[in-house]
Design a protein around this ligand. Structure first.
Ligand code: GLN
Length: 490
């Protein structure tokens, strides 16, 4: 593998700026890596060699631009985020022929910042899942062990970064879909505060929960990415009009963690945690202490309600969001329908996979007359209480720290027959989407038995991504780096 592809985003960007390497050379190195690894990994639904090379040449012709923080840097984008002229499939047969004619807001920002998109990344169908096993383009494999899942739903975005196919990528996180795959694939993933990144041009799953965010191999790289992709957008009414902090620059302003209080939610450290995960995470807490942080136990008593609350709200919103894919307004249309009803029923039956159909049915049920109060309204009330729990826990702390997932990456197929068990893998990630708060996951070591990465989750106050980046960055500097994954051919 070329050494160029193992560099951090920041290092390759600086080399590009100094003209030590051209954008075309960097794209070629990534394309070679994609060719060597993606038959096995299936991280990308669509590599984009022609588009990426043409763009690299155009950038090279103009020369490096110091005002563009991502000038010449190859990235991948989850295949439910619109890139003009490129199919946006959501990993679903129903959208296989959908070609958007516009860029998502975050895509325009990244492209304006000089990034080069080298591919669309695989995902669970419509981002519904925790393992990237439900895409109609097949499963994505974990670069650390190709018999294991990469986590989901943004498993392709995480695997692509961890396998050095590109320097950073974008995913979306409705209930953990950035943080879980980051943890299982050993890279950094950030779920920003709800409203920080525009959702314009993202196919909606749970509109009140969805946020896009970056993956990178270092905390600093994700800070550079988030800064470039954030910002107000008047096309998304939930996008917040508030200045974006210079996350990357602020990293240098903190040399230690003295004065920082880290809350440890006791429900996130209970017996449910696999012992090898627990032991890696506990060691990282010692490192945090060594850096000067004060650790303090806090409680999030409603954690046990997070899974049912989230799944009611997410499925309710999904059933409504997915109504537009009916073979008429959007999506593939069934052949030779007998009548209108037959057209709807067959288009949706043929187009959606099992997990998506299950969620549409449950979502429709919880919203139906007679059940709305018992399920949806109740879930909305509990959601508010969960948010209050977090605000109380964060009252005397700067960040919270805990597990991202109860285990390391599991074997492919291990949970596909048991949706409930799969949903439980999200126990530590769902709540912050319900509460709207930001979270950052970074690799803190490898499990002693499995040799698989373990990610620590840091949770912050609303719009305080800076503290998450600073804490994660200092912790990362103090730990042994874990990657890149050995053994992957190419
Ligand atoms: N695993 C969760 C779900 O299936 C979260 C998915 C996500 O964040 N997109 O809904």
């Amino acid at each position: 593998m070329s050494e160029l592809v193992t560099l951090s985003l920041k290092d390759v960007r600086d080399k590009l700026a100094r003209k030590e390497v051209s954008a075309r050379e960097v794209v070629d190195a990534c394309m070679e890596r994609i060719e060597a690894t993606d038959t096995e990994l299936n991280a990308l639904t669509r590599p984009m060699p022609e588009e990426a090379r043409a763009r690299a040449e155009a950038l090279d012709a103009g020369g490096p631009d110091p005002d563009k923080p991502l000038w010449g840097v190859p990235i991948a984008v989850k295949d439910l985020i619109c890139v003009a002229g490129v199919p946006n499939t959501c990993g679903s047969r129903i959208l296989e022929n959908f070609v958007p004619f516009y860029d998502a807001h975050l895509v325009s920002r990244l492209v304006d910042a000089g990034a080069i998109i080298v591919g669309k990344a695989n995902l669970d169908e419509f981002a519904m899942g925790s393992s990237t096993e439900t895409s109609c383009y097949g499963v994505t494999r974990n670069p650390w062990d190709t018999n294991r899942v990469p986590g989901g739903s943004s498993g392709g975005s995480a695997a692509a970064v961890s396998a050095c196919q590109c320097y950073a990528s974008v995913g979306t996180d409705t209930g953990g879909s950035i943080r879980l795959p980051a943890s299982l694939c050993g890279c950094v993933g950030v779920k920003p505060t709800y409203g920080r990144v525009s959702r314009y041009g993202l196919v909606a799953y749970g509109s009140s929960l969805d946020q896009a965010g970056p993956f990178g191999r270092t905390v600093e790289d994700t800070a550079i990415m988030l800064e470039a992709m954030s910002g107000h957008d008047d096309k998304d009414s939930t996008s917040v009009d508030r200045p974006v902090e210079p996350y990357a620059r602020l990293l240098a302003e903190r040399g230690d963690l003295k004065g920082l209080t880290v809350g440890l939610p006791k429900e996130y450290w209970d017996e449910g945690l696999d012992p090898e995960v627990e032991s890696v995470l506990s060691r990282s807490l010692d490192t945090l202490k060594g850096l000067g942080a004060t650790l303090k136990e806090v409680s999030l008593p409603l954690t046990k309600y997070a899974v049912p609350t989230y799944y009611i709200i997410a499925m309710a919103e999904a059933s409504s969001n997915l109504a537009r894919f009916d073979g008429v307004r959007y999506g593939r249309r069934a052949e030779k329908p007998e009548d209108l009803m037959d057209l709807y029923v067959r288009s949706r039956t043929e187009g959606f996979g099992d997990e998506v159909q299950r969620r549409i049915m449950i979502g429709t049920y919880v919203l139906s007359a007679g059940y709305y109060d018992a399920y949806y309204r109740k879930a909305a009330q509990v959601r508010r209480r969960i948010r209050d729990d977090f605000l109380a826990a964060l009252d005397g702390c700067d960040v919270l720290a805990g597990a991202t997932s109860p285990t390391v990456a599991w074997q492919l197929g291990a949970l596909t027959d048991d949706p409930l068990k799969m949903y439980l893998m999200d126990i530590f990630t769902l709540s912050i989407n319900l509460a709207g708060l930001p979270g950052l996951v970074l690799p803190v070591g490898l499990g002693r038995e499995s040799g698989m990465p373990v990610g620590l989750q840091l949770i912050g106050k609303s719009f305080d991504e800076s503290t998450l980046f600073q804490t994660g960055h200092l912790l990362e500097q103090a730990l042994e780096p874990i990657g890149p994954p050995a053994g992957l051919s190419g």
